[in-house]
Design a protein around this ligand. Structure first.
Ligand code: ZN
Length: 193
């Protein structure tokens, strides 16, 4: 699970990030600025409040729809799904963020606070769990610790393997790949090891 990509699979395929509704987010921010300028309790203020509420619903519905489509598609095509264990990654991050989810960057990149982002991942995982259960499939949670630092080729683990936010290059064997893909490969390998 990630920020620039909502989810990445070990084969390199991805699911679009939650900020796919950026135009909605921009509209919402503008509507909220407008509201701040209106006299609290006035008719104008109430109308603006309603508009904001409708926008919130629209964004939530679009997000849910996307997650349901993606989880159904994954569940239909895979007998076993191995996501990272979000509990381990600690989703109760404050606005300050954590090492994995720096709060400020998240807000800038996704227009979302880390808590909302975490909720999105959690909901998606729940959907995968019950859809797998319905189809007699399996869902196995894996501790994601160091999965972005370990080489899927030679198993060498070092923080220097992660060159940038997006690039992984093993200092030992030279294997190079997108960090999210490496993470997904390692998560899967941990279960089947
Ligand atoms: Zn290596």
């Amino acid at each position: 699970m990630g920020i620039t990509r909502f989810a990445t699979m070990p084969d390199g395929s991805t699911l679009a990030p939650l900020n796919a509704f950026k135009h909605h987010q921009t509209k919402l921010a503008r509507a909220q600025r407008k509201l701040a300028k209106k006299k609290k309790g006035s008719q104008n203020w109430k109308t603006q409040k309603q508009l904001i509420s409708r926008l919130h619903h629209k964004i939530a519905d679009a997000r849910k729809d996307l997650q349901h489509k993606a989880s159904t598609m994954l569940s239909k095509n895979h007998a076993m799904i191995v996501p990272e264990d979000l509990k381990v990654r600690n989703m109760s991050v404050s606005a300050k963020g954590s090492q994995e989810i720096p709060g400020r960057n998240v807000r800038i990149k996704a227009g979302l606070n880390p808590t909302i982002l975490g909720q999105g991942w959690f909901e998606f995982r729940q959907q995968l769990a019950y859809k797998q259960a319905c189809q007699d499939g399996e869902l196995v949670l894996v501790d994601p610790k160091y999965t972005s630092q370990q080489c899927p080729h030679c198993d060498h683990r070092h923080r220097d393997n992660r060159k940038t936010q997006a690039n992984f290059t093993c200092v030992e064997c030279g294997f190079t790949e997108n960090v999210d893909v490496v993470g997904a490969m390692n998560v899967l390998a941990r279960d089947t090891a």
